[in-house]
Design a protein around this ligand. Structure first.
Ligand SMILES: Cc1cc2nc3c(=O)[nH]c(=O)nc-3n(C[C@H](O)[C@H](O)[C@H](O)COP(=O)(O)OP(=O)(O)OC[C@H]3O[C@@H](n4cnc5c(N)ncnc54)[C@H](O)[C@@H]3O)c2cc1C
Length: 499
């Protein structure tokens, strides 16, 4: 049996390990943390469970072809709750509150009554969302690694998705920030801009809302770590091994062939193949000293932006928030100072949809602010100041909440702050990026190579091996990389364990 080492036990590394085991490799994952999951992380604070990861996901129940892949990796066993509303949007200046509802008729009617001057755009937006709901596009572009797709595979892929194709061409690939330019009402413009990220192509919003409207978008009942543990369970059942608390220091190369790794304590582990499922820049330019790149790779790492990280203030509160939507986006008139700048967009997650985050009658709420990496990185060098700034952010966030949820201040039992530096320290992802590269329209139509030029027996999976991260892409990255490996080895790829 050929030996395979995987660096990193996040969702990408675990998925890679599962498909490797299914295809007869003897696999060991080396993970620096004591638990799996990486960015899919949860931690206990007193009686509360803080979820620092995945907001929402699709693929967890039958109905979409993506579900088959979830079944292959055991992710379908993670309990989810369907979301009825993508998010609530509150514009404090006008006092307008909009629920981005799974019921597209209702959402459309709400938008038309609020923004009649934008009737044409509203109808276009909803029509496209409805159009995408009619075909199962959950695996479009993901069935096989692009490296292995021949013209006839593309023709088949396009034919199967022909009804949805028009939504992936021309103006549909424009970034949201351009799509909204001719919207008359600034509030409607902001609603679309802040629904996800202004840089994503507009088709991305249609896809997300189409999944919500099909009741195919949900939140994890037991949190992100439980989700990761379902993949770990499947991997271990298939005979895979994991070495926790093992940080990989170097990738060992002989005659331009990866032959193993060394870990922090200097111990060497040899293997026939090495697959990295960790931060791409560290691997390519540090561990491999930039010896195996080409213009395309250099361009990606010099020009593509990473997703701006979050700073999250999580609170364990002795209160119930039964009437709140699971996620509320505020455009506030009362900005919160974050990284010394006024921040007028505040995102709150109310973990009120499951009993597993807090004792009865209590709730975890999490306030997320998009922020910049550099500020927090520099600040982290001075621990006293770093802790002081965190404390001040918690206080101003609580003051802000008190004005909107009177009485909350005295009911807070637990406060926890995760900065971009926290995310970096825990996962070593560049600039604390929670999703890899910024999902721009350009990235959407690009491929990131999973092999490096000139280096044999080495592959990459995980969020840095895809144009954008996220649960679905990283799970597929694990499948794709083993499809490639099997192809290179002249083996038939299988999703069933042999013998
Ligand atoms: C707050 C937040 C919200 C999110 N929301 C969503 C969402 O709603 N929907 C969605 O689809 N996705 C979401 N994501 C993104 C998604 O969770 C990630 O894209 C995905 O989990 C990345 O998986 P990965 O395995 O590629 O990387 P990682 O999770 O970073 O895994 C890499 C692993 O490698 C380990 N490691 C690093 N360096 C080394 C080393 N040298 N040696 C050994 N081990 C090492 C790390 O500890 C880590 O466990 C969110 C992420 C966050 C943080």
């Amino acid at each position: 049996m050929k030996k395979l080492i995987i660096i990193g036990g996040g969702l990408g590394g675990l998925s890679t390990g599962i498909y490797a085991q299914l295809n007869g490799f003897d696999t060991t994952i080396f993970e620096k943390n004591p638990v799996p999951g990486g960015l899919a992380a949860c931690w206990k604070r007193g009686d509360y469970l803080i979820d620092g990861g995945i907001h929402f996901l699709s693929g967890y129940k039958p109905g979409l072809s993506l579900y088959n892949v979830f079944k292959e990796v055991g992710a379908h066993k993670a309990e989810c709750v369907d979301i009825e509303t993508y998010a609530r949007y509150v514009d404090e200046k006008s006092g307008i509150v909009i629920d981005i509802s799974a019921d597209l008729d209702k959402f459309q009617a709400d938008l038309l009554s609020l923004f009649p001057e934008d009737k044409k755009k509203i109808n276009h937006f909803i029509k496209a969302t409805r159009g995408l709901s009619k075909t199962d596009i959950s695996e479009f572009g993901f069935k096989e690694p692009l490296e292995l797709m021949r013209t006839r595979d593309w023709i088949k892929e396009y034919w199967q998705n022909r009804k949805a194709l028009k939504y992936f061409m021309g103006k549909s690939m424009k970034p949201v920030r351009e799509y909204v330019k001719d919207i008359h009402n600034p509030l409607f413009r902001d609603l679309l801009l802040y629904m996800f990220l202004p840089s994503v192509p507009i088709v991305f919003l249609w896809m997300v809302l189409s999944f919500v409207s099909q009741k195919q978008m949900g939140v994890l009942k037991r949190g992100s770590l439980d989700f990761a543990k379902k993949l770990e369970e499947r991997y271990l059942e298939l005979g895979g091994k994991i070495e926790y608390k093992s940080q990989v220091k170097d990738i060992l190369v002989e005659a331009d062939t990866a032959v193993g790794i060394s870990i922090e304590d200097g111990i060497v582990h040899n293997a026939d193949f090495v697959i990295s499922a960790i931060d791409g820049r560290t691997v390519i330019y540090e561990m491999l000293n930039g010896n195996y790149t080409n213009d395309k790779i250099n361009e990606i790492y010099s020009k593509w932006k990473t997703v701006d990280p979050f700073v999250s203030v999580s609170l364990g509160v002795n209160m119930e928030f039964k009437d709140e939507v699971w996620m509320t986006l505020f455009k506030t008139t009362d900005p919160v100072i974050v990284a010394e700048e006024e921040n007028d967009t505040v995102m709150i997650r109310f973990f009120n949809y499951s009993p597993y985050f807090a004792p009865e009658g209590k709730t975890v709420i999490q306030v997320d602010f998009e922020t910049e990496w550099e500020y927090w990185f520099v600040l982290s060098k001075d621990k006293k100041k770093y802790n002081q700034v965190k404390k001040e952010l918690a206080e101003s966030t609580i003051e802000w909440l008190e004005k909107r949820y009177p009485g909350i201040k005295d009911k807070i039992e637990v406060t926890d702050i995760a900065t971009p530096y926290t995310y970096w320290r825990y996962t070593l992802n560049e600039k604390g990026s929670y999703m890899g590269f910024l999902p721009t329209a350009d990235a959407f139509t690009s491929n990131v190579e999973k092999r490096l030029p000139g280096l044999s027996n080495f592959y990459m999976s995980g969020q840095w091996s895809m144009p954008m991260g996220g649960v679905q892409p990283v799970i597929y990255s694990g499948k794709h990389v083993i499809q490639l490996l099997c192809h290179d080895e002249g083996k038939k790829f299988s999703t069933n364990k042999k013998g």
